[in-house]
Design a protein around this ligand. Structure first.
Ligand SMILES: Cc1cc2nc3c(=O)[nH]c(=O)nc-3n(C[C@H](O)[C@H](O)[C@H](O)COP(=O)(O)OP(=O)(O)OC[C@H]3O[C@@H](n4cnc5c(N)ncnc54)[C@H](O)[C@@H]3O)c2cc1C
Length: 373
């Protein structure tokens, strides 16, 4: 299928990484393993990658990266999925809070956190969503009250992936309730071991408890843990989401490709026309993402076009997963089959990181320039 080969330099980099993976085979975590086993394998795999300097390659060298472009980062994400390597445990650090600290952090924050994000020694979770603030993120109610030397954070977050294993949480909290909703928000770095934090895992239909509710009861956060300035959290939170969309796009496309390859192996002729359409859609969606990537290489800053990549990938991935289930003949009662697990996983992809409706709104207003209704 599609391969990202823009130049000899990129091909050389891909070959180098493939050869490295061959000699550093990732350990596999079998389904049903304990959360502890999953964390242990994930951490040791990330450490290996960071020792090989194959993580955060697009970060500047002074922060542990290689100063390469997003294309090399995309190549790494593609090859990791192709090698069935475990998911990078510190993904929120790598794709969200890390880039934010590089751009907005103080020198102390950079030296305290960035290297440990790459090595996987410290895992981060994202505390944005709340029971009444998901799509409407500016509606958050968690407060950060100013006290001597810092803030007291009180409120509830929800859908907080990996909070039960995270060392830190980056969150937004309300420091002012006057003025426009998004103007009173502040971006804070909170150690998860702080007194007053309670994490309650939420069980999903797949049996996994990937995400959690997190309760904060007068949790003290020192002043030096504010990123940017007080009241500037909205802008910083939004810049985080743009980064996430770019870096994750390419591993997502390989997930689709792996699923498609499996389907082509188990091909049943009655599904041929649907399969052909799915293959064509997948190639088109991926080609669009590559065209955006080329623009970033030429210096464009990631913007609202990332919503197109996220929307088209998540919806086509759901179609692929549904078709795979039909070909396999699986049903909800056989919830342990790989096709069923993929199908269940795919359901959340049109919600996580912004729902399809929200992406369509962004595309309409900010890409197509249509008027707001
Ligand atoms: C697998 C998964 C992992 C997640 N991990 C995290 C995490 O680690 N940290 C975190 O902070 N959050 C996380 N989330 C939460 C996620 O960001 C929110 O679920 C998402 O933003 C939607 O918010 P909501 O659930 O409150 O739904 P709502 O915002 O209440 O939306 C409900 C429905 O209304 C629609 N809707 C809402 N507003 C509009 C509008 N303006 N126009 C049209 N339709 C609209 C939505 O599309 C949706 O269909 C995760 C979610 C999932 C599924």
């Amino acid at each position: 299928m599609i391969r990202l080969e823009l130049s000899d330099q990129i091909s050389k980099f891909r070959d180098e990484f493939k050869a490295w993976i061959k000699h550093n085979q990732p350990q596999k975590v079998s389904r049903g393993s304990s959360l502890e086993a999953f964390i242990e394998v994930g951490k040791s795999w990330q450490k290996k990658l960071s020792e090989g300097r194959f993580i955060g390659v697009h970060w500047p060298e002074e922060f542990g990266g290689r100063g390469l472009s997003l294309v090399e980062e995309a190549v790494i994400q593609e090859e990791l999925v192709a090698a069935s390597a475990p998911q990078i445990l510190g993904l929120f650090g790598l794709t969200m809070v890390g880039p934010v600290l590089i751009q907005h952090g103080t020198p102390e924050q950079k030296s305290k956190y960035l290297k440990k994000i790459l090595s996987g020694d410290e895992i981060w979770c994202q505390g944005f969503s709340e029971p009444n603030a998901g799509s409407d993120l500016a509606n958050i109610k968690t407060t950060a009250e100013k006290v001597d030397g810092g803030f007291l954070v009180t409120g509830q977050k929800v859908w907080t992936s990996f909070a039960q294993v995270a060392d830190h949480c980056f969150l937004i909290a309300r420091t002012s309730s006057t003025g426009k909703k998004h103007e009173g928000l502040t971006y804070l770095l909170v150690p998860m071991s702080t007194k007053g934090i309670e994490v309650r895992p939420l069980k999903q239909i797949s049996g996994e408890d990937e995400f959690n509710e997190v309760f904060f009861d007068k949790v003290f956060v020192p002043e030096e843990n504010v990123v940017g300035s007080v009241g500037n959290g909205w802008k910083i939170a939004i810049s985080t989401l743009m980064y996430e969309r770019v870096v994750l796009t390419f591993s997502r496309h390989i997930q689709s490709e792996v699923a498609l390859r499996e389907m082509l192996q188990d091909r049943k002729s009655e599904f041929d026309s649907k399969l052909a359409l799915t293959v064509a859609t997948t190639c088109a969606v991926r080609a669009l993402a590559y065209s955006h990537l080329l623009e970033y290489v030429e210096g464009k800053v990631p913007g609202p076009e990332g919503s197109m990549d996220k929307l088209f990938w998540s919806e086509s991935f759901q179609e692929i997963s549904k078709l795979a289930l039909a070909i396999e003949g699986g049903s909800l009662s056989e919830e342990d089959s790989p096709a069923m697990l993929r199908y269940l996983y795919s359901r959340g992809r049109t919600i996580a990181a912004g729902t399809s409706e929200i992406q369509r709104g962004i595309i309409a207003e900010r890409v197509l320039g249509l008027p707001r209704v």
